[in-house]
Design a protein around this ligand. Structure first.
Ligand code: C2E
Ligand code: MG
Ligand code: MG
Ligand code: MG
Length: 300
């Protein structure tokens, strides 16, 4: 009987192994397909940006975060959480990141010059990837985009992550100060999940911390998350930084956050990311968020 059990275990172990291997193969094939398709995505116009509202305590629009989307004709819609890392590893992030910056700044310039932005509006945020930021010509690249789009850079907010700040702090500071000089602001995305030294943070021209959504997710159940958020908020106050909560999904979460001093929000409770037409419409109609039920707009 023991023998039989052993035999069975081996069998299932083996088939488990085969299963595992074919999973791996399939994964590799899928990835290769995606890599190839991503090569063409830019030329074939398959990428576009959506804009997620950021609001104050009154529900007024204080900004948008631009988020890239890829609709591949062969593979369907693919999340940036999936293709941005691939773009990073393959170097495709260089042209992709440039395209995102250019497109976001073109849109911002249109809003600034043609549509008009409300007084509450502070900035359009653009995500910067580690590879982009580490490039020696990063400052020149941003300047090129600003100059060629004619955008007012004082309303441009670059989102970087803690990880980008730990290496070669001198070079990092030099880049950030050069861009701050042009009016650009910096936010730290996913704050609390990385390893940034508070001492470094103090010496960089930062404008805002974005509390990572994993803390917001747990705020109601996990006293630790609540305490971490509390600490981030009071630290931000000491450092004279703004703080915004991302991933706010309920009114309850908003209330807890504002009770501990966070008055900037981004998340599905207020609005999902909007396509550019809907975002523009919200500006024109000076919408407040969350939108009323009868005016819920197309989301993506
Ligand atoms: P992120 O910069 O932290 O962006 C926030 C992500 O959270 C977005 O996912 C957004 O749609 C999602 N989100 C917003 N509110 C909520 C909410 O209430 N609940 C939940 N569950 N999720 C919410 P998305 O658009 O899929 O982007 C994922 C990540 O991909 C981004 O995280 C960012 O790291 C990266 N990414 C997106 N667009 C770009 C880009 O243009 N350039 C670069 N380099 N990275 C980008
Ligand atoms: Mg972001
Ligand atoms: Mg984030
Ligand atoms: Mg993120």
């Amino acid at each position: 009987q023991a023998d039989t059990a052993m035999y069975k275990a081996k069998e299932s172990g083996r088939s488990g192994f085969h299963f595992y291997r074919s999973e791996m193969q399939q994964f590799a094939t899928e990835r290769l397909k995606m890599e190839k398709a991503l090569h063409h995505a830019l030329e074939r116009d398959e990428l576009y940006l959506v804009y997620q509202p950021q609001v104050n305590g009154q529900g007024e629009l204080i900004g948008f975060e631009s988020l890239v989307r890829w609709l591949s004709p062969e593979l369907g819609p693919i999340s940036p959480a999936e293709f941005i890392p691939i773009a990073e590893e393959t170097g495709l992030i260089a042209p992709l990141g440039e395209w995102v910056l250019m497109e976001a700044c073109r849109q911002l310039r249109t809003w600034q010059q043609v549509v008009g932005l409300p007084a509450s509006f502070k900035s359009l945020a653009v995500n910067i990837s580690p590879f982009q930021f580490s490039r020696e010509d990063f400052v020149e690249q941003i300047q090129y985009v600003i100059d060629s789009t004619g955008v007012d850079a004082a309303q441009l907010d670059l989102e970087i992550t803690e990880g980008m700040l730990v290496e070669n702090i001198k070079a990092v500071a030099a880049k950030m100060y050069a861009l701050q000089h042009r009016g650009i602001r910096f936010s730290i995305d996913d704050f609390g999940t990385g390893y940034s030294s508070l001492r470094y943070l103090q010496h960089l021209p930062l404008d805002q911390l974005k509390i990572d959504q994993s803390f917001i997710r747990d705020i109601t159940e996990d006293p630790n998350s609540y305490e971490i958020i509390n600490t981030i908020i009071s630290m931000a106050k000491h450092m004279k930084l703004s703080v915004i909560a991302e991933g706010v999904e309920t009114n309850f979460e908003e209330n807890i956050l504002s009770s501990i001093g966070c008055h900037r929000f981004q998340g599905f409770y207020f609005s999902k990311p909007l396509d550019k037409h809907t975002a523009t419409q919200c500006l024109i109609e000076k919408k407040r968020f969350p939108l009323q039920l009868n005016e819920v707009s197309t989301t993506s």
